[in-house]
Design a protein around this ligand. Structure first.
Ligand SMILES: Cc1cc2nc3c(=O)[nH]c(=O)nc-3n(C[C@H](O)[C@H](O)[C@H](O)COP(=O)(O)O)c2cc1C
Length: 170
């Protein structure tokens, strides 16, 4: 069975909460949920599947702890890892909504990671998001500010996709 590690960067706790909801849904133990502010990129070696999550700050910037973590992760060969991305944002920031998801995706492109679990941004109102890569939303985007009632269902559906994908890999 593939071992899942969750690595998140969160400034005010929203992405941390989403990481915990994802863990509960997938049966990931507490010890396998990592705040990247306190983790080294080398810790990903323990896992087959990485779920990487961060919020968007500034004007569409990746959350600062995750930005530092990703800088280190770019030096790691991830060719044997499956990677899925999640992020938190605010769709009122209509030109940079949930950019974090796209920033992680682009930053890790050259590591040869196998990306999986794209999702959709249905129900959100925005003009531009870096999570949208040529028409594919490359991860789970959560807006817990304007759409809090959708969070649980979006997490559940995304995790169902992950379970299905991993079962297919067994
Ligand atoms: C100063 C500031 C800038 C932000 N910039 C963006 C942004 O560019 N795009 C976006 O989608 N959300 C943006 N957000 C919203 C945060 O990403 C959102 O509140 C998120 O849930 C925070 O998650 P965290 O607590 O895990 O860090 C911004 C929030 C603040 C306060």
């Amino acid at each position: 069975m593939k071992k899942i590690g969750i690595f998140y960067g969160s400034t005010t706790g929203t992405t941390k909460s989403v990481a915990e909801q994802i863990a509960a849904e997938l049966g990931v133990e507490q010890k396998d949920i990592h705040d990247v502010a306190e983790s080294a990129p080398s810790e990903v070696a323990d896992y087959d599947v990485l779920l990487l999550g961060a919020s968007t700050w500034g004007a569409g910037d990746l959350q600062e702890d995750m930005a530092t973590f990703i800088d280190g992760l770019q030096m790691v060969d991830l060719s044997d890892k499956m990677v899925a991305i999640f992020g938190c944002g605010d769709d009122q920031m209509a030109d940079t909504f949930c950019n974090s998801v796209g920033e992680i995706y682009h930053a890790l492109h050259d590591t040869h990671a196998q990306f999986f679990a794209p999702f959709n941004n249905d129900g959100y109102t925005y003009r531009h998001s870096d999570s949208d890569v040529k028409g594919m939303i490359v991860g789970l985007c959560i807006d817990n500010t304007n759409h809090p009632d959708d969070t649980a269902m979006r997490v559940k559906l995304w995790c169902a996709d992950i379970k299905a994908e991993l079962e297919g890999e067994e």
